[in-house]
Design a protein around this ligand. Structure first.
Ligand code: NI
Length: 135
């Protein structure tokens, strides 16, 4: 089994809060990310596909093709957007990196037709990232 990864980047704004919590509780749980007017992150998204290397191409999946899928399905929908307001598939979702990774998985899982989606790694900053595998 061979694993290949493509990385794409996007920038987006968000505010982390739960409308069912008081202001104090939101502040307590989400801290700086609870800032009322929102704030931004430069995200890096790494998507790993696994499969057998195809004899005819020497590839698991053409990484340029994978890049096009990631741009079309994810980046064009979230780049320079406010994740709380501008992105239909995030409606009602607290836009943490954890939740974004799961949503991205759900979008991508049927779009990858060579190999299979193995892992989503989403960096919210250089030091903070999450990994999601539907297992
Ligand atoms: Ni944040």
């Amino acid at each position: 089994m061979t694993y290949v990864t493509k990385r794409v980047s996007f920038s987006a704004a968000h505010r982390l809060y739960n409308p069912n919590f008081s202001d104090e509780k939101n502040e307590d749980i989400f801290g700086l990310c609870n800032n009322k007017m929102g704030h931004g992150h430069n995200y890096d998204l790494e998507v790993t596909v696994r499969g057998n290397v195809q004899k005819e191409t020497g590839m698991v999946i053409d990484l340029n093709k994978l890049k096009k899928i990631l741009i079309r399905e994810i980046v064009e929908k979230v780049d320079h957007k406010h994740l709380n307001y501008d992105v239909p598939f995030l409606k009602g979702v607290i836009p943490t990196a954890e939740n974004l990774a799961v949503k991205f998985w759900d979008i991508l899982k049927d779009k990858i037709d060579e190999g299979e989606l193995y892992e989503i790694k989403l960096y919210e900053s250089r030091n903070n990232f999450v990994i999601y595998r539907a297992e």
